[in-house]
Design a protein around this ligand. Structure first.
Ligand code: FES
Ligand code: FES
Length: 154
């Protein structure tokens, strides 16, 4: 099938991209728009490492057809760089050792950002639930939870 042109805004910058009808948003972001912060872990909606905000909703970009992002606002982990809450989260992860290999970290940061936007002072249990869609093979999770709680305190 012929490619289709879509328009989307990624981290505040407007783009026009030609996509194939079955192309995934994850691939468009990583390959065509060089947003390599979103990672592919499972490729089937289980791990959360490909998380992005799509019109403010946290989604697994491996499950989103690129066509669905036509006209949308997308925010990736790169877009948190100059965001005050994103900076607090980065500091929390640095301070508490929330990142090891880093594959899960972008998705964790976005899920934590989503959580703290809606609940600025979560309990440990609420952090666990807020990050329950994101898998980590390295940290045992406690350092990640500590990092998010640290960001919430700061
Ligand atoms: S790569 Fe998308 S959920 Fe795992
Ligand atoms: S830090 Fe390696 S998967 Fe989480």
């Amino acid at each position: 099938m012929a490619p289709v042109q879509i328009n989307l805004t990624v981290n505040g910058t407007a783009h026009q991209v030609d996509v194939h009808p079955m192309e995934r948003l994850l691939d468009v972001l990583r390959v065509k728009l060089d947003c390599t912060g979103c990672k592919e872990g499972c490729g089937e909606g289980e791990c959360g490492s490909c998380s992005v905000f799509l019109n403010g909703n946290l989604v697994n970009s491996c499950l989103v057809p690129a066509l669905q992002a036509d006209g949308a606002e997308v925010r990736t982990v790169e877009g948190l760089e100059h965001d005050p809450l994103g900076q607090r989260l980065q500091a929390g992860f640095r301070e508490c050792g929330g990142a090891q290999c880093g594959i899960c970290t972008p998705g964790m940061l976005l899920a934590a950002h989503h959580l703290l936007q809606h609940n600025p002072t979560p309990t440990l249990e609420e952090v666990r639930v807020g990050l329950s869609g994101n898998l980590c093979r390295c940290t045992g999770y406690m350092k990640i939870y500590d990092s998010v709680l640290k960001a919430a305190e700061s």
